[in-house]
Design a protein around this ligand. Structure first.
Ligand code: IDP
Ligand code: MG
Length: 145
């Protein structure tokens, strides 16, 4: 695979935050050499959650998902690394924890298909919407591991 340095937006979701799994979730990514270049705890309003997940507005789970995502704070994080977008998706595991490979975050920490512990951008286009949703240029750090 071609090596491209990418940034991707991760959220530790409310279920994982309230269970005290923030550190655990971040460790999965740090252990794979992904670099945290921004982080912020945010309690999204329902409207903000709807805006973040607007691509899913026609889906049957949109109301419930955005209710859940605004039920408690999330930790928004930008991770940087080679092929960060696809690597984060691998480390997270499938949306439904029942289908997630052993050793993935969702296999280990998710409750169900909705309360699934973590979000990660699914494409460069999504990352380009999701990163500035939470962070401005000044909030994105640059350093060498
Ligand atoms: P992803 O987070 O793995 O990219 P998406 O299909 O983009 O999955 O869905 C966004 C989020 O919506 C999921 O992470 C999950 O919280 C929720 N979700 C997805 N599918 C379902 C479902 O069938 N029932 C309930 N919630 C769902
Ligand atoms: Mg998605």
């Amino acid at each position: 695979m071609q090596k491209i340095t990418e940034k991707t937006l991760v959220m530790v979701k409310p279920d994982a935050v309230v269970k005290g799994f923030v550190g655990k979730v971040l460790t999965y990514f740090e252990d794979q050499g992904l670099k945290i270049v921004a982080a912020k705890m945010v309690h999204l309003s329902k409207e903000e959650a709807k805006k973040f997940y607007y691509v899913h507005q026609q889906r049957p789970f949109y109301e419930s998902l955005t209710e859940f995502m605004s039920s408690a704070p999330i930790l928004a994080v930008v991770l940087e690394g080679e092929n960060a977008i696809s690597r984060v998706r691998e480390i997270m595991g499938a949306t439904n924890p029942k289908e997630a490979k052993p050793g993935t975050i969702r296999s280990s920490l998710a409750e169900n298909v909705e309360r699934n512990a973590v979000h990660g951008s699914d494409s460069p286009e999504s990352a380009a919407y999701e990163i500035p949703f939470f962070f401005n240029q000044l909030e994105l750090c640059s350093y060498n591991l």
